[in-house]
Design a protein around this ligand. Structure first.
Ligand SMILES: *[C@@H]1O[C@H](CO)[C@@H](O)[C@H](O)[C@H]1NC(C)=O
Ligand SMILES: *[C@@H]1O[C@H](CO)[C@@H](O)[C@H](O)[C@H]1NC(C)=O
Ligand SMILES: *[C@@H]1O[C@H](CO)[C@@H](O)[C@H](O)[C@H]1NC(C)=O
Ligand SMILES: *[C@@H]1O[C@H](CO)[C@@H](O)[C@H](O)[C@H]1NC(C)=O
Length: 379
């Protein structure tokens, strides 16, 4: 009798999971049951607020255009991860993990942390962070909670395999490591060797993500870090007169992007039941910003100390935020986050995403029979 009841319970959970849309009856129906976010300050939605000694964006003018004000997002409003949540059809932005107290984890969790990188040492001089390893550790906690709520690991596995995972990592391995002498890594590695080193560690991390049940994974490459206002101000002698960016830094991260693409190809060949897709952030963050409606492409909207990143507390930002690509010395405005997120979700050019954009990733029916190879010729 008891086992019969248990079977009934498992069956109804399975039915619930396979008809998860019905949970949200009367609301917008998201395209996937859940969405998990791993990342740095481009994706952090407040996780650093829970840390004592961390770089935080929890004061005005951050969040000046966000419905609840300063939330920890490094933006005047939404960040890229939020725009993707909205395009996936979620009613609310994905909950931050914080220190583990979040209760709304069935829709997914955002683990992003400003300053975080692939290497545990990256960002360590900026204060406490949730490194990529810490974010994966936190995700393990979420996975156990989901298995508990859904009744078994098997049901959780099926549920988790339908979700979208995004990972945006590597910027701080350059900005808050390789590009800063005090981290020592530029004395140890050439740019090519360093990219290789990062990719080896990232491979282990993405394998862990796969092992935790992720099957639809969008991995973001690195943006044009040499075009960030604080980089331009700190290296004005190296600014390219035509692009107005510090091309040395852009070319360093391009080694990483090239190796990342190869890594994703290897992972796709190895795991035929999963898809790792490459979001070409470098291309999406292209030089042709003025064509996309932005007037100010190399300066911050909010007031920053020259050569530094954060907005001055309680300072008045520019009035027309949608004219600016950069909100502070390093991070995008909501307007740019939307322009970026739209192209990651639905590519505008074949180069934007490879082999799939996120909207295509959502629709894929995965089984074991197909290997998905990234076509290098496409990029
Ligand atoms: C997550 O848990 C699995 C076992 O359940 C373990 O093998 C793996 O190392 C854990 N990952 C992290 C990042 O703690
Ligand atoms: C860099 O090297 C110096 C001298 O060996 C050391 O004191 C410092 O802690 C190192 N920096 C980092 C971030 O490991
Ligand atoms: C400067 O920028 C132009 C146009 O973006 C490019 O063709 C040129 O190679 C750049 N110079 C260097 C040294 O990167
Ligand atoms: C703000 O920027 C938008 C887009 O460039 C433009 O259409 C609008 O006229 C600007 N508004 C003001 C008050 O400058």
């Amino acid at each position: 009798m008891e086992s019969g009841l248990k079977a009934l319970w498992v069956l109804s959970v399975v039915l619930l999971v396979s008809n998860w849309q019905h949970w949200t009856y009367g609301k917008r129906v998201p395209q996937v049951p859940c969405y998990f976010v791993f990342g740095d300050s481009l994706f952090d939605n407040g996780n650093n607020n829970y840390l004592d000694k961390a770089a935080k964006a929890n004061y005005l003018p951050y969040g000046i255009d966000f419905d609840t004000g300063a939330s920890g997002r490094c933006s005047n409003g939404l960040n890229i991860a939020d725009t993707i949540a909205e395009q996936l059809g979620f009613d609310s932005y994905i909950t931050e993990f914080g220190v583990g107290g979040c209760t709304n984890f069935l829709d997914g969790v955002n683990y992003g942390s400003s300053g975080a990188g692939i290497l545990d040492s990256s960002g360590s001089l900026t204060g406490e962070i949730f490194t990529m390893d810490a974010q994966l550790f936190n995700h393990n906690i979420t996975v156990s909670r989901i298995a508990k709520i859904l009744g078994s690991e098997e049901v959780a596995r099926k549920y988790l395999s339908q979700c979208i995972y995004v990972s945006d990592m590597g910027h701080n391995d350059y900005l808050n490591n390789y590009f800063k002498e005090e981290y020592n890594s530029s004395k140890q590695y050439t740019p090519e060797e360093y990219a290789q080193h990062l990719i080896e560690i990232y491979e282990t991390q993405l394998e862990k993500l796969y092992c935790s049940g992720a099957r639809k994974i969008a991995v973001f490459g690195l943006i044009r870090v040499g075009c960030m206002p604080h980089i331009i101000q700190n290296h004005h002698n190296d600014v390219n007169a035509s692009s107005l960016c510090v091309e040395k830094f852009n070319s360093d991260v391009q080694f990483f992007n090239a190796e990342l693409l190869k890594l994703l190809n290897r992972l796709n060949t190895k795991h035929s039941d999963a898809v790792f897709t490459y979001i070409n952030s470098y291309e999406i963050d292209s030089d042709d910003q003025t064509n996309t409606g932005f007037t100010y492409t190399r300066e911050s909207c909010c007031q920053v100390e020259s050569g530094s990143v954060p907005c001055k507390s309680l300072s008045a930002p520019c009035s027309n935020r949608s004219d600016y690509v950069y909100w502070d010395g390093a991070h995008f405005t909501e307007a740019k986050a939307w322009a970026f997120g739209k192209r990651a979700y639905k590519r505008q050019s074949p180069k934007d995403a490879c082999p799939y954009d996120i909207s295509e990733l959502v629709k894929l029916k995965l089984d074991d029979s197909d290997a998905y190879n990234i076509n290098h010729a496409q990029l």
